[in-house]
Design a protein around this ligand. Structure first.
Ligand code: TYD
Length: 196
């Protein structure tokens, strides 16, 4: 089973992912995108670059995803592990869907189309929903993806993705205090694993 955590910057999903990782042991693989491979490092270099070409950046993120799938995600799933990824393909659809605006027609659909033939879609996605002002304030807006206006548009793309596949997403109110967000995430994870 592949579970992904998604949401705008400052939604608190990384805190939840770390708490889950510390609480759960055998049978789980905790992982994230961007990864810590050299592909992931290339992505982080690009992120720090205000004038990075958005198409080049899409393909760096996508290269990192391809390597993540073959090196980490598929082997873990083959072992029977529950894989929990902090960000995954929906981050590309939502973020690069905004970043590529004006460069390709229907950017989010374009990015989904690039992934569709070869990616492994998540079974369940926990969507940490928070308003963009809170997200930008919490994340400290240190990189170009973290500004409130940009995050507002990313959030609209996440909402569109939820609309496309309502059965895959579970919304978590990430405006709550961190301990309540974590409790909700624990409950959702336990419920989906019990249903399996
Ligand atoms: P993240 O690891 O969540 O942030 P941090 O470096 O603060 O731990 O992700 C880094 C940034 O990259 C974040 O602003 C979201 C963005 N991002 C994309 O634009 N596309 C993607 O495909 C992914 C995985 C992340």
């Amino acid at each position: 089973m592949l579970v992904t955590l998604e949401g705008i910057d400052g939604s608190g999903k990384t805190t939840v992912w770390e708490a889950l990782r510390d609480a759960r042991g055998d049978g789980y693989t905790f992982t994230r995108e961007p990864t810590d491979s050299w592909y992931g490092e290339a992505v982080r270099r690009s992120e720090a670059e205000r004038d990075a070409d958005p198409l080049a950046e899409l393909f760096l993120f996508t290269a990192d995803h391809a390597d993540h799938l073959s090196r980490v995600v598929r082997p873990a799933l083959d072992r029977g592990d529950v894989v929990v990824s902090d960000r995954y393909s929906d981050s590309r659809y939502a973020y690069q869907g905004v970043a590529l605006d004006g460069l390709v027609p229907r950017p989010m659909e374009y990015v989904r189309g690039v992934h569709q033939p070869w990616t492994r879609p998540p079974d369940v996605t926990l969507y940490f929903d928070v308003d963009p002002e809170t997200g930008a304030a919490r994340s400290g807006a240190t990189n170009k993806f973290e500004q409130a206006e940009f995050l507002g548009r990313v959030r609209e793309n996440f909402e569109q993705l939820v609309e496309y596949e309502p059965e895959r997403f579970v919304r978590i109110d990430a405006a709550q205090p961190p301990e309540d967000v974590l409790e909700d995430a624990e409950d959702v994870l336990d419920r989906v694993l019990a249903d399996e």
